[in-house]
Design a protein around this ligand. Structure first.
Ligand code: F6P
Length: 326
């Protein structure tokens, strides 16, 4: 087994609050275990261009509580090509780096899987995405902060919705996954939650709104996941307006505000734990796996499984949300 002496860490894909806490944990665990550690700037693109920065204990001071990522992040087109990955491998060899920890979501792990197989290069992944759509971890780093950001926004929107007797369609992130919508919808008391994991029956939504109106509900909030099969919040709003014009409707797209700000306590603890475990796993010879947490226990899942199987949505929560928004 290769004795690991030098490792690299990078963040890739959409940033997620808690990535900095993970980088801090990785750097400090590496130093504690007498490893040299390099931060790679700009994700896989920095691997290709050789943008490496030697890290010490103080390079990660005062970042635990910050959103974003001190290592920057990118979605690299060049890394999708064999030529790009060859350059990246050459840079790693030039710096004598023996293994990598990559923090990101499904795109990051797709790249990691190919690279690990192509060059037999030891790689460990950490789930860093607000979407919570990876199999092999109950929660991804950044998800808890994102849903709390959404809930705070929804609480504010509810004040103005009630003041004006308006219906708000609030669109949230999640690419192709509805986990942000589902959890924040329940916590924000949404009248309905539209997610890509279930078909959206617009007639049922309109019937529900009519019913709400009959019961004298004057305002409301519907959470729409950006990947919903019916369309975005504007499409849903238009359809409702066409078919039931008893509500004064407004649309709010929450956008990137969901990804910013200090990570919650939950995200900091998760990131610190998984960061520590990722270095320990490399030292024990593990590779090609994502380190996550399932039922409070550390779990290792092959990259392919983490990406392909997707996190299963607890659809019963949707039922509960509908009952509670009576
Ligand atoms: O994957 C994280 C995520 O925030 C998704 O929820 C969203 O669809 C996407 O990134 C947005 O990407 P970008 O920041 O490149 O616009």
């Amino acid at each position: 087994m290769l004795k690991i002496k030098k490792i690299g860490v990078l963040t890739s894909g959409g940033d997620a609050p808690g990535m900095n806490a993970a980088v801090r944990a990785i750097v400090r665990t590496a130093i504690k275990n007498e490893l040299e550690i390099f931060g790679i700037i700009n994700g896989y693109q920095g691997l290709i261009t050789g943008d490496f920065k030697k890290m010490d204990r103080t390079s990660v001071a005062n970042i635990l509580q910050r959103g974003g990522t001190m290592l920057k992040t990118a979605r690299s087109e060049e890394f999708r090509t064999h030529a790009g990955r060859k350059k990246a491998h050459a840079e790693l060899k030039r710096h004598k780096i023996d293994a990598l920890v990559v923090i990101g979501g499904d795109g990051t792990f797709t790249g990691a899987k190919i690279f690990e197989e192509e060059f037999s290069f030891p790689m460990i992944g950490l789930p860093g995405t607000i979407d919570n759509d990876l199999f092999g971890t109950d929660f991804t780093i950044g998800f808890d902060t994102a849903i709390n950001n959404v809930v705070q926004a929804v609480d504010k929107i509810r004040d103005t919705a009630a003041a004006h007797d308006r219906l708000f369609l609030v669109e949230v992130m999640g690419r192709d996954a509805g986990f942000i919508a589902l959890r924040s919808g329940i916590a924000g008391g949404a009248e309905d939650i539209l997610v890509p994991e279930t078909k959206t029956y617009i007639n049922s939504l309109i019937d529900k709104l009519k019913n709400d109106r009959r019961k004298n509900k004057k305002s409301g909030i519907v959470i729409v996941s950006e990947g919903d099969d019916f369309g975005g919040a504007y499409d849903v709003a238009e359809e409702i307006k066409k078919r039931f014009d008893h509500f004064d409707i407004r649309v709010t797209i929450l956008g990137h505000i969901q990804r910013g700000g200090p990570p919650t306590c939950g995200d900091r603890v998760l990131a610190s734990t998984l960061g520590y475990e990722s270095v320990m796993a490399l030292l024990k010879g593990k590779s090609g796996v994502m380190v996550g947490q399932v039922d409070n226990k550390i779990a290792f899942t092959p990259f392919e499984k983490a990406i392909k199987q997707h996190q299963k949505m607890n659809k019963h929560l949707l039922e509960i949300a509908r009952v509670l928004s009576l």
